[in-house]
Design a protein around this ligand. Structure first.
Ligand code: E4P
Length: 221
């Protein structure tokens, strides 16, 4: 399973990329709006830090606007994936951009039918938002199961990018289902790193080592 980071924060991107954890990045206009500084410079920088796919989202809602913005976004780097909303114009732009060789991530997917249609339009990724479904009392992970089952019957080549992830259990469940990609807020990825027994175990090793050094002061590793 690939891990993308769901952020435009350069510090977080560098931090987790240096650990070798990141296969890509997803951003959206809300995430971009949280960051200081020049958004264009940030988008360009992200495409340089990360080797894998970087989703950058259009803000136009009509076909020609999305095409214009999609082509411009792609100029930031050869690893840019253009993110378009799951609308009729979005799917039209998905088809055209894909046939120009520009990969597309269709975002704001909330039903299996939407995922099926986005795949038919040539999307490289579909982004079902599971947390937002959970928030309104619907079964977000159930949507991932349904899409996985549907896609496994055909040969679309479209990857399921599980989005709107809220906690580490979402990640385990998505991995069990076999989802292609999870995109994680930095806070969720941070939580996945830690376990209380790891900390207790390390503290014990270090204090035992200090005892050993008191008996053998010249010892070094
Ligand atoms: C995905 O590409 C979106 O950027 C993101 O996962 C949405 O998450 P949210 O529902 O927490 O805003």
């Amino acid at each position: 399973m690939k891990i993308f980071l769901d952020t435009a924060n350069l510090e977080s991107i560098r931090k987790f990329n240096d650990m070798g954890l990141l296969d890509g990045i997803t951003t959206n206009p809300s995430l971009m709006s949280k960051e200081e500084g020049n958004p264009k410079a940030a988008m360009e920088e992200i495409t340089k830090i990360i080797q894998g796919d970087v989703s950058l989202e259009v803000v136009s809602t009509d076909y020609s606007g999305m095409m214009e913005e999609g082509r411009r976004l792609r100029e930031y780097g050869n690893n840019v994936v253009v993110k378009v909303p799951m609308t009729p114009d979005g799917l039209k732009a998905c088809k055209s951009l894909s046939s120009e060789g520009i990969p597309v991530n269709v975002t704001l997917i909330f039903s299996p039918n939407q995922a099926l249609l986005a795949a038919k339009s040539g999307a490289k990724y579909v982004s079902p938002f599971i947390g937002r479904l959970d928030d309104i009392g619907q079964d977000g992970m159930g949507l991932i199961k349904d899409i996985e089952e549907i896609f496994s019957n055909y040969d679309f080549g479209t990857e399921i990018l599980v989005a709107s992830i809220r906690h580490p259990v979402h990640v385990i469940d998505a991995a069990k289902i076999g989802a292609d990609v999870v995109t994680l807020p930095p806070a969720v990825l941070e939580k996945m790193l830690h376990h209380p027994l790891t900390k207790i175990g390390l503290d014990n090793f270090l204090s035992d080592w200090e005892k050993l050094k008191q008996k053998n002061p010249d010892t070094k590793i």
